[in-house]
Design a protein around this ligand. Sequence first.
Ligand code: SF4
Length: 556
Amino acid sequence: MANSYDIVFLHPPSFYDFRKRIWFPGPIANTVATYTPAFIMFPVGLISMGSYLEDQGIRVKIYNLAEKMLVEKNFNVEEFLQKLEATIYGIDLHWVVHSQGAIKVAEICKKNHPDALVVLGGLTATCFSEEIVENFGFVDCVVNGEGEEPIYQLFKNVSKFNKLEAFYRTPNLTFFDRSKKMVVKTNYLKVVNDLDSFDFTRLRLVEPNTRTLTSSISQEKVWMLPICRGCLFNCATCGGSFYSYKRLMNRDKLAFRSPKRILEDFMILDEMGINSIFLFQDMRLGGKNYSEQLLNTLRGSRWSSIKNVGLELFYPASKSYIMNLSKNKPADYIGISISPESGDEAVREIYGRNYPNEALLRTCKYCKEENIPLGVFFMIGLGYDTFDSIKRTWTLWEKMGSIEKEVKTKSRIFVEVGSMIFLDPGSLAFYYPKKYGYKLKFRNFNDYYKSIEKSPFWIHWISYETINFNAQELANLMIESEKRMLEYKRKYNIITENSYKVRRIFVDLEKIFISEYDRIIKLSDSMEYDIRIRELAEISKDPIIAWSYILTHDEI
Ligand code: SF4
């Protein structure tokens, strides 16, 4: 018998054809290694929406299609969706990287269930809602902003009224009124003042959830909990900034989850066998009282499963704050992360993070002294970066390495560098590129959606240029920075010599491939094109073949 629900949420892969077509995701593969370039992790909002609906008596389920496609070799998406009966098919399009996958899944749902509603939601969908409903007839509507109550009201309304009337009666919607040939946006509801009425732990609603919840490195069970919704900061390329939340979500105040509710979440997750919890957002956003209360509430708890808690710093911390975290750990082990993005103070300030390197280095030292592992994340793709400012970033890594050597505790400072391929739609830099040092290559949804269809090569998905670098130069800088990072990790024994050698081969290979990609995409002979991409795919599978290929090319 077919599965039947009132609402099913579907998490798409980033690229729907990732199992069939050859693609070269490049640095994307390193940025989210655990979740693979298919980006199998789903937004935490699916859990809060699913739980909210279930509590209202709605039959709801969340299918992680991306994970299913990844782990079940013979999984047939079309067949599965054909048999899946629901009144509403809700597809998340929160992160822009899922643009192509979300649209493909929406199309399949509509083809097989023409009378059901196919709905998109999430930050990217909200940003491009008008374009989506106008250009993709199989998407009935977009739920804008925070979706828990609007999707509930949508379900209630479609049960009582015809489709069009239901849409007009539902808040936070964008849809195309065919009778009037126009796009309609309904008013936004007031956002919730706190997150206590939601549940972020009901993971049983998700199927499958094994691979997504398992760290590929430690094999531990991991999950994440929000401290709050919204942010006080305005980082230029972040779609979750204060500005973006206000513009897209109608939220101008942060909503926090109370320490008491977070403790309850921990208890539930502990029972579920979760080993590691990432508490995302900086608890200091809630003020001194909130962070103290949170630490006091979680302090001293004894967990059966939870071993590790990850915490975020949005700006450097004082010694007393780090000491307090260390003294009042919410679990046996904690880890901290901070993302200065650039080692150049001026570039960082324009980006939206205004603090000196000296404060950052002191935070590194405090964490080392308290024996707390610290992840420090940098990014290539900042608007005002120059060769010199990027060199300053590399130099700062060395200073962190020196702290590693100087303070003799066991914990490590893990420096990482990421590459921004897609600039977040809805971010300040998206709306005001010039001010933040960007030139947009992709302005509308179609540009993002089509990019992966037009080219299988990551360098052609870079959605922007900066005032100093074009996309090709950015791609080269991304690879060069990866190379520098490998050198750093080797020097400070963060990776083994063997691992360094293998990874270095692939970085060098990628550097050669960058110019190959451009040559291949220009080929007019489809057979030759096919042969060439198959050849590159074969080379990139095996380090020995890759090494011989590198030896025959002198472009490094
Ligand atoms: S990147 Fe910046 S704006 Fe975005 S959530 Fe983090 S601190 Fe806030």
